[in-house]
Design a protein. Sequence first.
Length: 132
Amino acid sequence: MIVRNERDRETVLRLINELDISKPQNIIIKQYREPRTISQNKYYWLILKIIGYDTGNSKDELHEVFKAKYIDKIELLGESINGSSKELNTKQFTNYIESIRIFARTDLNIDTPNADDKRLAETYEYYSNIMI
């Protein structure tokens, strides 16, 4: 449940008060974060296609490389593994994409469009027919 106002908070407190405490209960409360948007996701994969077109790498290969480079690792069963871009909120995902764009420009000499570029629709159209 997302608590956005006093009424929501009262509902949560009522639900907690109604819990059957004869058995252990597990309650997790964490701050809500907006998930990345569909348009952000579409833009991200476009950026990877553009980079892949120039480097010869697949967008899936680049996805793994950039996750390893820019997303914090997590511990799972005693192993350190790459974090997931799915866990990033809208701000974090924007920063992640911008880090990739900066890397592409400075290290690979590949220019990628801004998310608000007026020709972005044309760029989507062009790269939609390219298999990478």
